[in-house]
Design a protein around this ligand. Structure first.
Ligand code: GTR
Length: 328
């Protein structure tokens, strides 16, 4: 009897120590995402969390905070870099000011279409961009889609650069976007995503620019009813992780984390394609005045000073710009 008691006491102690060890090793990560509940990125990031849990047998738990509740995107990028949050679904736009290589994708019209962007990001240019981000403490695990961004405003259709002249246009925090609006003769107004609806509504800005799903999910279409298909930016997004957190993982967990991110990206891209169409239909039904832009060349020509200034301060990135442009 005594012996049995001793054995079970020992077993309990062993189990406790194992449990403690497990608790010490188990990681609980915080994740940032800016979008609303049913947005493709939100669904895909939740799936990423599930896959992480499955693939690491519960060793890694990711708690996602959606809707930008942990802060604006530029703030969240800094939080990720210092390790206050482990994971973020970031647009490469606000990463550009931190990692110059990543800024190349924010040169207006650098990508011809989504397929061109995919080929470049899946090839050597994507690797160079990842390496540049990693130097700044951000590891890109997979790329998400974000469609093409076009101009919208509360006043009139935009068909030529002259239509933008004098307009106050919200841009994301990145000098390239401010330069882009200035080059069209407009007044750029950098501000956080969460402030744009109210600013459009109260006339603090006349317009903004985004893809169909963000134009729709934010309600911007209700307060800026002209959408003009300029498609001037095709910016990829990442599932990103703090570099120290990533480098501290075992090889098996690194593989699990990468696989989970890539699988979530396959889902995100599928959902993205459907949502882009659904959002377009929804805003059109709501009465948005849409126009195509027959002559995009005029907008592209106006971007020459933006490229020139960028390459002046980032001469070393000229080969990367050219490699993207040459990607077939
Ligand atoms: C969206 C993007 C967000 C954010 C937003 C913005 O398309 O998914 O990450 O960058 O645009 O305009 O701030």
């Amino acid at each position: 009897m005594r012996l049995i008691n001793r054995i079970s006491a020992t077993a309990a102690a062993v189990a406790m120590v194992a449990g403690l060890a497990g608790a010490v090793q188990a990681a609980e990560w915080k994740g940032w995402n800016i979008h609303v509940a049913d947005y493709p990125n939100t669904v895909a990031m939740d799936r990423f969390a599930e896959l992480l849990d499955e693939k690491t047998d519960g060793r890694i738990t990711l708690k996602m905070f959606h809707g930008g509740t942990l802060g604006s995107q530029p703030d969240a990028i800094e939080q990720l870099r210092i390790g206050a949050i482990a994971i973020g679904n970031f647009n490469l736009g606000p990463i550009g000011p931190v990692a110059p290589e990543a800024n190349v994708v924010s040169l207006p019209f650098i990508f011809k279409d989504m397929e061109h962007m995919h080929r470049a990001m899946d090839g050597a240019p994507g690797d160079q961009i990842s390496a540049g981000m990693e130097k700044k403490g951000i590891v890109a695990l997979a790329w998400y889609d974000s469609g093409a961004r076009s101009f919208y405003n509360a006043k009139k259709p935009i068909t030529t650069p002259a239509d933008v002249a004098g307009m106050k246009v919200r841009v994301m925090n990145n000098d390239l976007y401010s330069g882009m609006i200035s080059a069209l003769g407009g007044n750029p107004s950098p501000m956080a995503f969460s402030e744009v609806y109210q600013s459009l509504k109260t006339g603090v800005v006349d317009g903004a620019e985004n893809n169909w799903p963000s134009y729709e999910s934010t309600g911007h279409f209700e307060v800026a009813g002209y959408y003009s298909l300029s498609q001037h930016l095709i910016i990829p997004e990442c599932v990103c992780i703090n570099a120290d957190v990533y480098n501290g993982l075992s090889d098996a967990d690194k593989t699990a984390v990468r696989e989970a991110a890539r699988e979530s990206a396959v889902l995100q891209r599928e959902l993205w394609a459907k949502r882009a169409e659904a959002s377009r239909e929804k805003v059109m039904k709501a009465g948005v005045k849409f126009n195509d832009i027959a002559d995009k060349q005029a907008f592209q020509d106006a971007m020459k000073p933006v490229y020139a200034r960028f390459l002046e301060t980032n001469a070393d990135l000229k080969p990367l710009v050219e490699a993207i442009q040459a990607t077939q």
